[in-house]
Design a binder for this molecule. Structure first.
Ligand code: ZN
Length: 235
């Protein structure tokens, strides 16, 4: 992975500054892909597009609208493996963009509740923002299931989870023309516990040589009444 510049962003309410790294180039080597479309790629880390100010609790987008002019440039050393080390090296370089702060910490990802709050407060400016937040919410639920901070019983009773899935289905309606789009719709219905609906959508692909291995896994889980995410074995 080749890191790009680290940029500085200011909270629009209180001017508190945070940093966000960028990537010049990366690859998906060693990536794990999940059936909810989440990808864990060690050589292609993702950085948050939205954060919550730790000083005033304002939620703001980390983009051109909040970027402070003047980037903290990366050291001219390439092919870092240790991602944590890059930040240490970059933090040693002082920059006028720091404002009145002695140090700037990386912007934090929104947690599950903060993503819900952000959607409730309608911080999304367009469909792309909303899609981003709704994917983040879906993945936050699934990550909490995985690390054990949320149980399946709790998630099944969380109405916001199903509402989020339905909002995703609406937002993704236009993508439903392609096969992978249709299969993801089927998967979203399965996450919502609508197994019959999911099976109906899977039926046309059951003997398709290209999709059959994945579709069989989805079908099996529907028949078992299983709502869990699984790892896709995609080369
Ligand atoms: Zn603030």
């Amino acid at each position: 992975m080749i890191p790009g510049p680290t940029y500085v962003y200011a909270c629009p309410d209180c001017q508190f500054r945070v940093s966000k790294r960028s990537i010049m180039s990366g690859n998906s080597f060693g990536a794990t892909r999940y059936s909810d479309l989440r990808i864990e790629a060690p050589m292609l880390p993702s950085y948050p597009r939205i954060t919550k100010c730790v000083r005033c609790d304002c939620t703001f987008w980390l983009d051109e609208t909040t970027k402070v002019e003047g980037a903290i440039m990366p050291q001219p050393v390439f092919f870092y493996i240790d991602v944590d080390h890059i930040q240490e090296v970059q933090d040693e370089k002082k920059n006028p963009a720091f404002g009145d702060q002695l140090a700037i910490d990386p912007a934090l990802e929104l947690d599950l509740e903060s993503i819900k709050d952000a959607l409730f407060m309608k911080v999304q400016r367009n469909e792309e923002d909303e899609l981003y937040l709704r994917y983040q919410l879906l993945w936050a639920y699934h990550k909490q299931l995985k690390d054990g901070t949320l149980t399946r019983e709790q998630l099944n009773e969380d109405l916001a989870h199903v509402q989020n899935i339905d909002a995703l289905l609406t937002l993704l309606e236009e993508d439903a023309d392609g096969e992978d789009g249709k299969l993801f719709h089927a998967e979203l219905h399965r996450f919502a516990g609508r197994f019959e609906r999911s099976l109906t959508m899977l039926a046309p692909y059951l003997n398709d040589p290209l999709w059959d291995p994945i579709v069989q896994k989805m079908r099996l889980r529907c028949e078992e009444g299983n709502r869990e995410v699984f790892v896709l074995d995609v080369p």
